[in-house]
Design a protein around this ligand. Structure first.
Ligand code: ZN
Length: 312
């Protein structure tokens, strides 16, 4: 596997209390009820989270690996990344435990030309023992979809967006929001709250959110397109969209601002215990929508294999 360029950029990381207050003001413009506080992280290995590690604390970082230019308009088939390298890329290789959650493109069906949505949920103990609870969601022959365990592979293709920490318990931001009244969806409302307050200082928010009530628009990537997919319309026609049911467990991170690092500004993939999963867009039932989230504020952006054309 190729060695990839890794850039490390410090992020603006205000206190959790300050970020919580900024988020609450923003969410209250878009939800009839919104409360954001700093709490002890619940045990994320338990119901209703089903994650590979207990907490989101200890050197919180985000890793933006590859990018959309490696899939659109033409897929770059040599862009294969091993998430086992994230601890090294993030300077956490000597940590006793590294926990990674996020969204990417899965390689497991690479041989028969299919792409899959990857929900990364991985813990690495002592730099070598891998507990991989990642899932994939793929399009089936009949056009429906299937959520599956990913198995032992830690590879992904083209792009991946990972929130990484030592997985320790500790203080995190808890978000509770229900009944969406505004135009901005949940992710957008969080982003615009941060960008409205912090302007060009890049602030990130990573971890897990649950859509606990209502339904959501989700996409799943099918086989590679035989024609180039460059425009938004071409991408829209290629992706398969579904309305899926809560509860959905969504993993990833969002950013408030891109200082020119070709960032994916938000990326969350979801899974569930009832077979639904994929790339989360927004809730489709604003009256019923209810969210609970646990986030931490990363101190570094790890930019891996930034697409060259857009770097210039
Ligand atoms: Zn995605």
């Amino acid at each position: 596997m190729a060695e990839y360029g890794v850039d490390r950029f410090p992020l603006h990381a205000p206190s959790l209390e300050e970020v919580a207050s900024v988020l609450e003001k923003g969410l209250q413009k878009n939800f009839s009820e919104a409360k954001v506080s700093v709490v002890d992280c619940p045990d994320l290995t338990k119901e209703p989270f089903h994650l590979a590690c207990t907490g989101l604390c200890g050197h919180p970082r985000v890793s933006d690996i590859g990018g959309i230019p490696y899939i659109s308009p033409f897929p770059a088939m040599d862009k294969v990344y091993d998430l086992k390298n994230v601890p090294k890329w993030s300077d956490l290789q000597s940590s006793p435990s590294v926990f990674m959650v996020g969204a990417g493109a899965g390689p497991s069906l690479f041989l028969d030309g299919k792409l899959v949505e990857l929900m990364s949920n991985i813990r690495i103990n002592d730099g070598q023992k891998i507990i991989n609870q990642s899932k994939i969601c793929k399009i089936c022959e009949n056009g429906s979809y299937l959520l599956e365990e990913f198995g032992s592979s830690t590879e992904c293709m083209h792009l991946s967006n990972i929130y990484v920490s030592e997985g320790k318990p500790g203080k995190v931001i808890q978000v509770k929001a229900k009944h969406r009244t505004g135009k901005e969806d949940f992710i957008m409302a969080l982003q615009s709250a941060l960008s409205g307050h912090y302007g060009t200082k890049p602030v990130g928010l990573g971890g897990v959110f649950l859509l606990t009530k209502g339904k959501a628009k989700i996409h799943i990537m099918p086989c590679y397109s035989v024609t180039p997919i460059g425009t938004e319309e071409e991408i829209d026609n290629w992706l398969k969209y579904f309305e899926m049911s809560s509860p959905l467990i969504c993993l990833g991170y969002l950013m408030s601002h891109d200082p020119g690092w070709t960032l994916r500004m938000e990326h969350f993939h979801c899974f569930s215990k009832h077979g639904d999963g994929g790339h989360f867009h927004f809730d489709t039932t604003p009256d019923d929508a209810e969210y609970t989230a646990y986030f931490n504020v990363p101190d570094y952006m790890i930019r891996v294999d930034q697409p060259t054309a857009s770097k210039q």
